[in-house]
Design a protein around this ligand. Structure first.
Ligand code: FA5
Length: 341
């Protein structure tokens, strides 16, 4: 056997020692088994590592450096493996429990609808039963639909840039564009498109740079209602809103009209609601008889038809219904909150 062959076979034996040592140490299940594996591989007297070390002497001097380097590597590796095995056994105090197939399983978490989505669906259903269909309008609006046609002239403080989200000039829709500040815009869009009679609601997002607190957000939802026909009166408005309030919040809820002003209704009222057992009336929205100027702006004849309109805050309704005391909870994506609905 020449010297090169001998180096090759010595290295192959070292490789075999590395594999057998690692597996014996890693598989030892208790300290007795670990000790046996240690003696066999790392034992100072007759361990296989010791034998491998002695083999160095039988190699050609030129081969000793390569063999020595490989030997040191295997030695360090097996010493580390012994150390790891000792740590493993020291911490392995817990026995693996057998599986109890009678325990209840882990339920997957199923998503659910957001409380505002649930509320808006319910509002549509209630007004659907009262004969209202659902209309839609864009959230990016022009000043005609948000103000002009609603009898809100250029000089009106409601148009102040500090109270509205105006968009950069143009924004692709011709006139000055803005994020709509109320769903009353949809009244105009519906009446521009169809002759009376009209009986619609519109629900959607509106935007105002209001300071955020427990009852105000810069983005919120409104539900708008519009009914225009021959001989519609304030009494119709009140009965529709009473029927709605009782259907949504319970038969013991009372509503009250408080005189107010909106440029697009005349007369105008604030709609307050009172719950059984509560001392305070809460404002839910505004309402009134559609101003003749608005009817004329869309080509209706105020001598022929009259109408009423209302706009309520969807968050406020939902908060009352579920006893939620902070509007910000709706927008925080807190699963703990959302899972309750
Ligand atoms: C209006 O927006 C009128 N367009 C309502 C209306 C419609 C009047 C049709 C007459 C005829 P007001 O600004 O008061 O009105 O808002 C209506 C409701 O929206 C409020 O009562 C409140 O419930 C809700 N609301 C207003 N601002 C906020 C806000 N920052 N955060 C949450 N809800 C709000």
């Amino acid at each position: 056997m020449n010297a090169t062959d001998s180096l090759e076979s010595a290295l192959a034996d070292l490789e075999a020692l590395r594999a057998s040592g690692r597996s014996a140490l890693a598989q030892a299940q208790d300290s007795a088994a670990l000790e046996a594996a240690r003696v066999e591989h790392l034992g100072l007297k007759q361990g296989r590592l010791k034998t491998a070390q002695e083999r160095l002497k039988s190699l050609e001097p030129a081969a000793r450096r390569d063999y020595g380097r490989a030997f040191n590597e295997v030695k360090a590796e097996l010493e580390q493996a012994l150390e790891d095995a000792r740590n493993r056994l020291a911490h392995a105090t817990v026995q693996v429990e057998p599986v109890d197939v009678t325990l209840p399983g882990i339920r997957p978490r199923i998503g659910r609808l957001h409380p505002l989505t649930l509320t808006m669906t319910e509002l549509k259903n209630i007004f659907g039963r009262l004969g209202f269909s659902v209309a839609q309008g864009p959230e990016v609006e022009d000043v005609w639909h948000n103000f002009e046609a609603l009898n809100i002239p250029e000089s009106h403080p409601a148009r102040d840039p500090l109270d509205n989200f105006y968009l950069a000039a143009g924004a692709g829709i011709g006139q000055r564009a803005m994020l709509r500040s109320q769903t009353s815009t949809v009244q105009i869009r519906v009446m521009e498109k169809q002759p009376p009679p009209v009986r619609v609601i519109a629900i959607g997002r509106v935007y105002r740079p209001d300071t955020v607190d427990a009852t105000h957000s810069f983005m919120f939802h409104q539900i708008e209602g519009l009914m225009v026909e021959r001989g519609a009166t304030m009494a119709d408005l009140k009965s529709v809103l009473s029927l709605f309030a009782q259907a949504y919040l319970g038969t013991e809820v009372k509503i009250r009209f408080r005189p107010s002003f909106f440029p697009f209704t005349e007369p105008s009222v604030e709609v307050d609601m009172l719950w059984h057992g509560k001392a305070r009336w809460v404002e839910m929205g505004g309402a009134g008889m559609v101003d003749p100027n608005v009817l004329r702006a869309v080509g209706y004849d105020p001598e022929e038809v009259s109408g009423f309109a209302f706009g309520l805050g969807v968050e406020r309704l939902c908060m009352r219904r579920y006893g939620i005391d902070d509007i910000r909870l709706f927008y925080q994506n807190d699963v703990g909150f959302l899972r309750q609905f």
